[in-house]
Design a protein around this ligand. Structure first.
Ligand SMILES: Cc1ncc(COP(=O)(O)O)c(C=O)c1O
Length: 414
């Protein structure tokens, strides 16, 4: 670690600007799934989902360079690139998704979705989970680990590992019913439910089968709409285009961000044409940097690579391989309570012991740091911070998985 850089950072950003790893990394370049530090030491990036097509993909680099050198204006003009991008993006969704509002961050996409839901329902209240993160604006952050208020009511995040109810699906559906009833009692009209399709920040739980579909039906019946946050769950991560396909439900509104622009800020909120038009006519929404030719060049280049390198399929097949091998290593490790996987997204529940299931955050942090010392970058996350989070760029291949599995096996057995 460069002590001088660290101290300058503390000074200029102020303390509290979080860094990863006990010995923070100074990164200088990236290439595919690899990152390199100041001493040219190589790390396998198994954490970053924004560079979904791999770091510095040549097609992407060429596309954004050439766009910057040609035209880069705001969105009050007609432009072929942004329309073809919007059409391509919408075509990856279910039939009810027809039109789109572009923005720059996941937070903005969720802000737009909440406004859209409030416009079309004339309601105000939202259901979310109790360990969610959907962004950091004043409105959206009310959903962060919400404890319950007149407008925001959380349900315990749907999961199968610690829930000991006999019918887990019914247990969580009952919690949805309770919150819908609470809105009614308090005379708050419902706007909808905002939920990450994979509950990624909650720790990628095994969501009881049928829960998302049935919860969505209950929300609609109560007059609300269903917003799927695909900011982390989407664009191939689960081995499907979108996380809602994996979790088997049909959202009315979807929000997307992070990987869409592979590092160029690009986010979107998509829905039926009717909902999008109601939102636009009601709000006059404008976002200076959104729908620009640069965003279009980035988004189109990402989709080109998805098509040419079949990244959704790669996510499904390599993810399955990685998880199967991990399960066989984890069999003998009493600290691993559960190994969960959706495409190239793996969550390893690090616990004090399998019997107590007590989250062991400190142990997880030790594993993350030891793996970093071995040249593999992962993270710890989830509701209790104890989940080892593996979420590599989608160009991650079986050979990379094998390299990682060797190191992982040594580290967890030590
Ligand atoms: C599920 C989810 N939604 C929304 C966001 C917010 O995205 P952004 O940081 O681009 O505003 C995040 C960021 O971590 C996220 O994980």
């Amino acid at each position: 670690m460069s002590q001088a850089l660290y101290e300058r950072r503390q000074e200029i950003f102020g303390r509290g600007a979080h860094l990863f790893y006990q010995e923070p990394l100074t990164l200088v370049r990236g290439d595919g799934v690899y990152l390199f530090d100041e001493d040219d030491r190589q790390y396998v990036d198994m954490y970053n989902n924004v560079p979904c097509i791999g770091h510095c993909h040549p097609h992407f680099v060429e596309a954004i360079n050439s766009q910057v050198a040609t035209l880069n204006v705001h969105n009050r003009y007609l432009h072929e690139g942004i329309l073809s991008y919007a059409e391509r993006l919408v075509a990856t969704h279910h039939d009810g998704i027809e039109s789109v509002v572009m923005s720059c961050t996941g937070t903005e996409a969720n802000e737009v979705a909440m406004l859209m839901a409030r416009t079309v329902t004339e309601g105000e209240g939202f259901i979310c989970t109790n360990a969610a993160y959907h962004g950091n604006s004043a409105a959206v952050r009310q959903l962060t680990r919400a404890r319950g208020s007149k407008l925001i009511k959380p349900i315990p995040f749907p999961e199968s590992y610690r829930c000991d109810a006999q019918d887990k699906r019914q247990y969580f559906l009952d919690r949805v019913d309770e919150q819908l009833a609470a809105f009614k009692t308090e005379n708050t009209k419902l706007a909808g439910m905002l939920i990450c399709s994979l509950c990624a920040n909650e720790g990628l739980p095994d969501i009881p089968q049928g829960f998302m579909r049935e919860a969505s039906e209950r929300v609609r019946k109560a007059g609300g709409v269903v917003i799927a946050d695909e900011v982390q769950a989407g664009l191939g991560r689960s081995g499907n285009w979108w996380g809602y396909e994996e979790s088997d439900f049909i959202p009315d509104i979807v929000t997307m961000g992070k990987p869409l622009g592979a590092g160029v800020p690009l986010a979107a909120t998509a829905s039926s044409r009717e909902y999008v038009e109601k939102f636009r006519l009601g709000s006059g929404y404008f976002n200076t940097f959104a729908s620009s030719p640069l965003q279009a060049a980035a988004g189109n280049a990402v989709l080109d690579v998805f098509e040419s390198e079949q990244l959704v399929r790669n996510s499904a097949t390599v993810g399955r391989y990685l998880a199967r091998q991990l399960e066989s290593i984890n069999e003998d490790v009493d600290h691993v309570g559960d190994t969960r996987q959706k495409g190239l997204f793996v969550a390893i529940e690090w616990v004090e012991s399998r019997t107590t299931k007590k989250p062991d955050r400190e142990g997880a942090v030790r594993i993350v740091n030891s793996l970093k010392d071995r040249g593999f970058l992962i993270g710890n996350a989830g509701a209790f911070g104890n989940v080892l989070k593996l979420r590599p760029p989608l160009v991650f291949e079986q050979d990379h998985a094998d390299e990682f599995l060797n190191a992982y096996s040594d580290v967890v057995k030590a």
